[in-house]
Design a protein around this ligand. Structure first.
Ligand code: ZN
Ligand code: ZN
Length: 272
């Protein structure tokens, strides 16, 4: 019996003697099955191959990104967040080895894991077991959890406060349970948004898609609603899932980007 991992999205599945026939996450229109077809691996295979390492990059005080090299599956980074008395893993990556766990334990370990949406569930249960930490997932995305665990705590509603400084907010959009993390720090506050609010190549702007690989937009009303919710949060900086950061004025970047998105989709932004 193995916990098979989908090579395209990095999600680990419940124990089975044979690999699953297909990956539920990749057959959904927010992901894709590559032309070469569905492939599976296991964490033990990845560790034995010795080709992967996890790179820690210091972003600012209390924030490290952790990304696997070479790129695996979607290629996102996780963030290790050291807030006052409370360490978090925000989003998750598939590859985990002893070097990674030792390093994080030396930095104080992990009190809680929270995941923005199913594309980053990866090997969340392995991480939760190694660090003996709960995983917070919004209940709207419960059906996307491919490996169940009593470490997973499904939460409901719009907001979950995890500590004095850290709270989770469900914005929906990309996924119904799409969640962002708000850190009310000593500066002006930070948002960690996964793919729920996506920084685009012109990095003073963001976008909000239903499917990024298949370029399927969200309705204007949903984006309006997400922007109104985020408008109430105090933050100046925003991190996405790919080590991109809006360092300053992220609050206004989200508002002007939502307006541009809605103007575009409702035919007011350009003549064509
Ligand atoms: Zn997959
Ligand atoms: Zn995604």
């Amino acid at each position: 019996m193995e916990n098979y991992i989908c090579v395209t999205c990095g999600a680990q599945y419940a124990l089975s003697s044979e690999p699953p026939t297909f990956c539920d996450i990749c057959t959904d229109e927010r992901q894709y099955v590559p032309d070469a077809g569905q492939k599976w691996t296991t964490l033990a295979n990845m560790q034995e191959g010795k080709s992967f390492t996890n790179e820690f990059v210091y972003q600012e005080e209390g924030v490290y990104s952790i990304t696997s090299k070479p790129k695996f599956a979607i290629g996102q980074g996780a963030y290790f967040i050291q807030s006052e008395g409370f360490n978090m893993l925000w989003d998750c990556i598939t590859y985990l080895d002893d070097v990674t766990s030792r390093k994080i334990k030396e930095m104080g370990g992990i009190d809680a894991i929270a995941i923005s949406h199913p594309h980053y569930y990866s090997t969340q249960v392995e991480w939760a077991e190694v660090f003996d930490a709960p995983i917070y997932i919004h209940e709207n995305d419960q059906s996307w959890v491919m490996r169940e665990s009593d470490k997973i705590e499904f939460w409901s509603g719009k907001k979950l406060k995890l500590s004095e400084e850290i709270s989770l907010h469900c914005l929906g959009g990309h996924f119904k349970g799409g969640t962002i993390l708000h850190w009310k720090d000593d500066n002006n506050g930070k948002l960690f948004t996964g793919d729920i609010i996506q920084i685009v190549p012109d990095s003073q702007w963001v976008s909000f898609m239903y499917s990024y690989p298949n370029l399927i937009p969200l309705p204007a009303s949903k984006v309006q609603n997400m922007a109104e919710y985020v408008n109430e949060l105090s933050f100046d900086r925003l991190y996405n899932a790919f080590n991109k950061v809006i360092r300053e004025n992220a609050h206004s970047a989200v508002q002007k980007s939502a307006k541009r998105y809605i103007d575009a989709i409702e035919g007011r932004l350009f003549d064509i």
